[in-house]
Design a protein. Structure first.
Lengths: 362, 182
């Protein structure tokens, strides 16, 4: 057995199911931090930053749906996944990839927050045949690499998906089309999704599964290391955030992507980022931060319960009721307005610090 | 200097003379804003959390101040605050309710301004007030900012999203309305 095979993490359909559930957790785990930073921007200011973060958050939702499609296609049981208590991380958290050199938290739009977002979307190339997880000292990981050495972790989300793709190929070799035993009626297809963030992909076989997972990988990091764009010739998430640090847009040449800007050398229009036009919200708030303030407390509780309810509805849509997805996503807009109300309210006695939404109770 | 402005100046000067040289009020801005929020709660029926949640309180405050002047605004807020204190010390909310009705809404001086504050919160629009000395003929109502319009309390009061803003999400038009006419 070669060293790479020793590091193959996905050896069975159960393993595959496990990692696809982790994938849904990873995609979701980025949404509350992106939403919190987004809504901390004062309305009417930082238009460019708002659009950039929003565009990424919308694609993370798409990734969650794509991961669920792959999971359903390989016969996964979605019940008690999004609705489980553990699905929403305790912020600040390490990502379920297992990496611990940075933590993802809930905070206002700031240079430090954008640094974290860049870490989330970072990329690294690993030569074929080399292990894509590395031994790293780890503690408090959401992901203990399944049935394996708990000290292993993935450097990037892209490498995490690379392992899933490798596992899919390997299992397909063994099982053939039996691997894709899921009911196609459970797939979220374009008519059940507002097509604003890249294509939704119906997953029924190996080709479509790989396409879905590759899209997730590339929208985050780009299609080829050393370029700024993904397979759809759109700027990858990493470089979208990088623009905020530089106050300048990258240019992607849609007709001839190789003529696009080089990483770290944007040539597009410049724009101003006003780091002060932001509500000074409490980082990683807990319900106890609002004790003694009945209205804040109950608004935070209402938001949390509406958020859990939202995830439960999404799960129901993934569980063979695709027609319920659009109304559920409509509910997400109400969440936005609830979150904004909290963010605009100072916490009395906290010296100008504002409230922020809570996604998980403990 | 037109005649109304001149009278306001005279009024302030006389007040200073007869009150021992003190300015009319001596509220600092944070106190003023606090009174303004309390007053707005009483006028609109929305809680402080909901009012602050619109993100418009500072903008509305400065809009009023710019249009009626700081002194008149102070006087109005002080009048409200005195009623509020009275009601609290007697533990009798009706003192405040009646006071707002008689001393503010029915008052020649404050009535139009208080109505304007209600309109400001509900429809994010400032309407000209003739009595403040501004030429109401040349001043038209205006929406105080693009961000204020969707935050008007009107929309949450009637349970709908503001037309063309705060969209409830793709495809939600095929759902039943969230409010009924009955």
């Amino acid at each position: 057995m070669t060293s790479s095979q020793e590091n193959d993490l996905i050896q069975s359909v159960d393993d595959l199911h496990f990692y696809l559930k982790q994938a849904m957790m990873i995609e979701h785990a980025t949404i509350p931090p992106y939403m919190t930073a987004l809504y901390s921007i004062k309305p009417g200011s930082n238009i460019e930053a708002f659009q950039i973060i929003r565009s990424v958050a919308v694609e993370e939702m798409l990734h969650l749906v794509l991961a669920a499609n792959v999971y359903n296609a390989v016969g996964g049981d979605i019940r008690n996944t999004l609705s489980s208590d553990e699905f929403i991380p305790k912020y600040p958290t390490t990502l379920p990839t297992g990496e611990t050199d940075f933590k993802v938290g809930l905070g206002k739009f700031s240079p430090e927050t954008i640094d974290t977002f860049l870490s989330i979307e970072r990329s690294k190339e690993v030569d074929e045949g080399q292990p894509i997880v590395g031994p790293r000292p780890s503690q408090n990981n959401l992901l203990a690499v399944r049935d394996a050495n708990p000290q292993y972790s993935f450097y990037s989300i892209g490498l995490f998906y690379a392992e899933i793709i490798r596992g899919l190929y390997a299992l397909y070799q063994e099982m053939g089309d039996d691997l894709f035993c899921g009911d196609p009626q459970r797939q979220i297809t374009p008519e059940y999704y507002y097509d604003g963030a890249g294509d939704i992909i119906k997953v029924t076989d190996l080709t479509s599964a790989i396409r879905a997972l590759t899209m997730i990988q590339e929208q985050g990091e780009g299609s080829v290391i050393g370029t700024i764009y993904d397979a759809e010739r759109l700027l990858s998430h990493y470089y979208r955030f990088d623009q905020l640090k530089r106050g300048q847009y990258y240019i992607v040449d849609q007709d001839n992507p190789s003529n696009s800007d080089q990483p770290n050398q944007p040539t597009g229009d410049t724009f101003a980022v006003d780091w002060d036009a932001v509500y000074p919200i409490k980082e990683n708030p807990k319900l106890s931060d609002y004790s003694g303030e009945p209205e804040l407390h109950s608004a935070a509780q209402e938001f949390q319960s509406a958020y859990s309810d939202f995830l439960t509805k999404i799960e129901y849509a993934f569980d063979g009721h695709p027609e319920t997805l659009l109304p559920a996503v409509g509910g997400m807009f109400k969440l936005k307005y609830q979150a904004e109300r909290l963010i605009k309210n100072p916490i009395p006695g906290r010296d100008g610090m504002n409230a922020a939404p809570i996604y998980r109770l403990d | 200097m037109n005649i109304q402005v001149w009278f306001r100046w005279l009024y302030a000067a006389l007040w200073r003379i007869f009150s021992g040289g003190q300015p009319i009020m001596n509220l600092d801005q944070s106190e003023m804003k606090e009174y303004f929020l309390d007053f707005s709660v009483a006028l609109t029926g929305f809680s402080k959390f909901n009012l602050l949640g619109t993100g418009q309180a500072d903008l509305y405050y400065s809009t009023i101040e710019q249009n009626i002047g700081n002194e008149l605004l102070q006087e109005l807020l002080q009048t409200f605050h005195n009623l509020d204190l009275k009601a609290k010390s007697a533990n009798d909310q009706s003192i405040l309710d009646k006071g707002i009705s008689f001393d503010i809404l029915d008052s020649k001086k404050f009535g139009a301004i208080a109505c304007n504050i209600i309109k400001l919160w509900y429809v994010a629009t400032w309407y000209p007030i003739p009595q403040t000395g501004q030429d109401s003929n040349s001043q038209k109502p205006f929406i105080v900012s693009p961000q204020a319009y969707p935050e008007g309390l009107l929309w949450s009061a009637i349970g709908v999203n503001p037309p063309a803003a705060k969209a409830p999400g793709y495809g939600t038009w095929s759902e039943k309305p969230s409010v009924t006419l009955s």
